[in-house]
Each structure stands twice: as structure tokens, then as C-alpha cells.
Design a protein around this ligand. Structure first.
Ligand code: PGA
Length: 250
């Protein structure tokens, strides 16, 4: 079965003011001048979603949320539901990012419920997993990551509305990356879990690599078997560096 079309997703985290939407417009311009052979998604903070969706109308850039609540609506001050993201025009939402897992104590059960809420609304859930440095040092990487994938996948998830992002916690925002061989090993293990879960269509689920992806290491990381794109933090904030990463699929 052919590998799924790659997706490069930008996660702006808690960065960006209204003026930053210009970066998305600049990115659009760069893509229109020289096409890239991957899908492109930007996940700005919630405050910019409406602006970003407006700015990308009719373009090939998709817009997604960075998190959603497990419930559709209700008394949850400060939270945003998957239904709201869908209503706004988002196509994807990131769930279980390691910063959510650590800053907000989100465990696999919570992540699974969020992914389920997203998929119920017709969004694609980007479910993040990844080991800490201590877990890698203890040789627990594959056990931790596969357990996270199994436990974070909703029962009713389908290949079509599921993306897994493998992001080693120690590689996020640090400039450190695993070797290509290490990435290949983890992505192969995730692929096995997905095939066990979805059968043949487990091959169609995108597995993104994330953690210090930059223009100068993207081509090497994206060439690894079972790497179907990237989840990019810091380097997605500027159109030029994000476009530099997209060039891995140029
Ligand atoms: P980074 O973040 O690219 O800045 O390392 C990746 C992420 O957390 O998604």
C-alpha cells in the first residue's frame, strides 16, 4: 500500500498576536509560487483561529486547534469544544501534546476522551505521544510510546480521522533530535500498533515526527520510513522557516 500523503503541521503553541496572521499569508504566497507535495496545516492559538481561517479561505492551508474539551458544551470556563472548532472551520485538532500532558496533568484516558470528542465532530485528531529523557535512558521508549498509542486511541477511531504524532519530550524545543534509526524504530512500532488496531488501513494513518524539526534537518527526518510528515513548533512561527521545512517535500 502506498504511504499516505505527508502532512506538515505547525503548532504555534501560546505564541502569536493578530499581526502574526501575516505569516500565514506569507506562507500561502510562498506555496503558491512553488508548490509543495504535502498537505499543510497551521494550528495557531485559539484567539487567532477565526483570523487564520479567514486569511486561508480558498487556499490549500488547513487550520486546526491545539486542544479541545471532552464535552460538546457546558460549564467549563475557559475551555473550547471540538464542536466550536468545527463550527469555526477547523479540520484538525492536536490532543495530548506533551505540554498539555505535563502542564495540565492530562493522562491517556483524558487524551482518548478528547480525541473521541474531536472525531465525533468530524475533526481529525492528532494524538501526540512520546517518551521523556529518563524513559529513553531506561530503555522504556517503545513500551511507553506503544502504550500511549493504544491507550489514547478512542474505540471508535478510524484510520481516516486519526493521526499520531511521535514527539520525544526531550526533543521538543531543545534543538536535540533522535537519530534517524531511533525515529525509524519508534515509527515502526507505532505502525505495528496501528495495523493491529485498524488492519490494512493502519498503513494509511499518518505518523508525524515532532521535536526540533528545522529546515536543515527536515529532509533527513522526513525520509525515514513510516514518517509521514512533521509536527513543528518553533520553526512554524515564521513563514520562511516553515516553508523551508515544507521543502523536504518540494
Ligand atoms: P519544536 O516543538 O518544533 O519547537 O521542538 C514541537 C512540538 O512541540 O510540537
Amino acid at each position: 500500500m502506498a504511504a499516505p500523503k505527508a502532512l506538515v503541521a505547525g503548532n504555534w503553541k501560546m505564541n502569536g498576536l493578530k499581526a502574526s496572521v501575516q505569516e500565514i499569508e506569507d506562507l500561502q504566497k510562498l506555496i503558491s509560487e512553488k508548490n509543495v507535495h504535502c498537505d499543510v496545516l497551521v494550528c495557531p492559538p485559539a484567539t487567532l483561529l477565526a483570523h487564520a481561517i479567514e486569511a486561508t479561505k480558498g487556499s490549500s492551508i488547513a487550520i486546526g486547534g491545539q486542544d479541545c474539551h471532552t464535552a460538546r458544551a457546558g460549564a467549563h470556563t475557559g475551555d473550547i469544544s471540538a464542536e466550536m472548532l468545527k463550527d469555526l472551520g477547523c479540520s484538525h485538532v492536536i490532543v495530548g501534546h506533551s505540554e498539555r500532558r505535563s502542564d495540565h496533568g492530562e493522562d491517556n484516558d483524558m487524551v482518548r476522551a478528547k480525541a473521541s470528542a474531536a472525531q465525533r465532530e468530524g475533526l481529525v485528531a492528532i494524538i501526540c505521544v512520546g517518551e521523556t529523557e529518563a524513559e529513553r535512558d531506561n530503555g522504556q521508549t517503545l513500551a511507553v510510546v506503544t502504550e500511549q498509542v493504544v491507550a489514547s486511541l478512542p474505540e471508535e477511531a478510524e484510520a481516516i480521522n486519526t493521526i499520531i504524532a511521535y514527539e520525544p519530550v526531550w526533543a521538543i524545543g531543545t534543538g536535540k533530535t533522535p537519530t534517524a534509526a531511533d525515529v525509524a524504530e519508534v515509527h515502526a512500532a507505532i505502525r505495528s500498533v496501528l495495523k493491529e488496531r485498524f488492519g490494512e488501513s493502519g498503513d494509511e494513518v499518518r505518523i508525524l515526527y515532532g521535536g526540533s524539526v528545522k529546515p536543515d534537518n527536515a529532509a533527513e527526518l522526513m525520509a525515514v520510513e513510516n514518517v509521514n510528515g512533521a509536527l513543528v513548533g518553533g520553526a512554524s512561527l515564521k513563514a520562511e522557516s516553515f516553508y523551508g521545512i515544507l521543502q523536504a517535500y518540494g
